[in-house]
Design a protein around this ligand. Structure first.
Ligand code: ATP
Length: 202
């Protein structure tokens, strides 16, 4: 089985930035679970039905996912958020496994904001967590998405804290600035390749 490396980190930590470096420097295939989840919600009628019965008919307007309505509910209701993630997770997992079969690489990276929260970390061989100071993350997201601090803070509250993520991670990338990010991913890439080789020998 090809090795799966999970890549996660809180909102604004720089997951996508780091994932792009693995792709550009080492041609590692990247599966972006958050984007795929949105595609699957748009495509799968059975999933749409399940979401409607959890959150209400308004979750879709003219067949389109009503993200504002959904966010309004789930980011103030942890139970609903978890239930929604549990509905989506099996679809993403199946899609990921299919995608992985078509990749030709020593390992693939699965990037997800909710790698731990969804339980999907259990299917990864190794895990990379990207961290950055909370204030810096909030500042980045305000700049990138033009959304207000309150909304970002609400989302952060629903994510696991870094301490708990780090405990279950193989590698941690401190992404407080862009300095040495190339060195950091080079080191991690080499270690992953070594571990893959060691496992192949055993
Ligand atoms: P989300 O969970 O919201 O998708 P993310 O963890 O994938 O976020 P990115 O989109 O990679 O984070 O980065 C968030 C923003 O911060 C982007 O605009 C990115 O260009 C910027 N950024 C990433 N890394 C750094 C860094 N080391 N220093 C300054 N800005 C950074």
């Amino acid at each position: 089985m090809m090795t799966t490396v999970g890549l996660t980190g809180g909102i604004g930590s720089g997951k996508t930035t780091i994932a792009n470096l693995f792709a550009s420097q080492f041609s590692i295939p990247i599966y972006i679970a958050d984007t795929k989840a949105k595609e699957l919600i748009a495509q799968k009628d059975s999933l749409q039905k399940e979401i409607k019965s959890l959150l209400g008919e308004q979750a879709f307007v003219d067949g389109k996912y009503n993200t504002a309505f959904v966010a309004g509910i789930v980011f103030s209701d942890q139970t609903k958020l978890e239930a929604l993630n549990q509905l989506i997770h099996p679809y993403v997992q199946e899609d990921f496994l299919q995608w992985k079969q078509n990749q030709h690489s020593p390992y693939v990276i699965k990037e997800s904001a909710i790698l731990f929260e969804s339980g999907s970390y259990k299917d990864c061989d190794y895990i990379i967590t990207v961290t950055a100071p909370l204030e810096e993350r909030i500042r980045r997201v305000i700049l990138r998405d033009k959304i207000d601090r309150k909304t970002i803070e609400k989302r952060i509250k629903n994510q696991w804290n870094d301490e708990n993520k780090i405990k279950l991670s193989t590698f941690v990338i401190d992404n407080r600035d862009f300095d040495r990010n190339l060195d950091k991913i080079q080191t991690i890439h080499c270690k992953i390749m070594e571990m893959i080789d060691e496992n192949a020998e055993n």
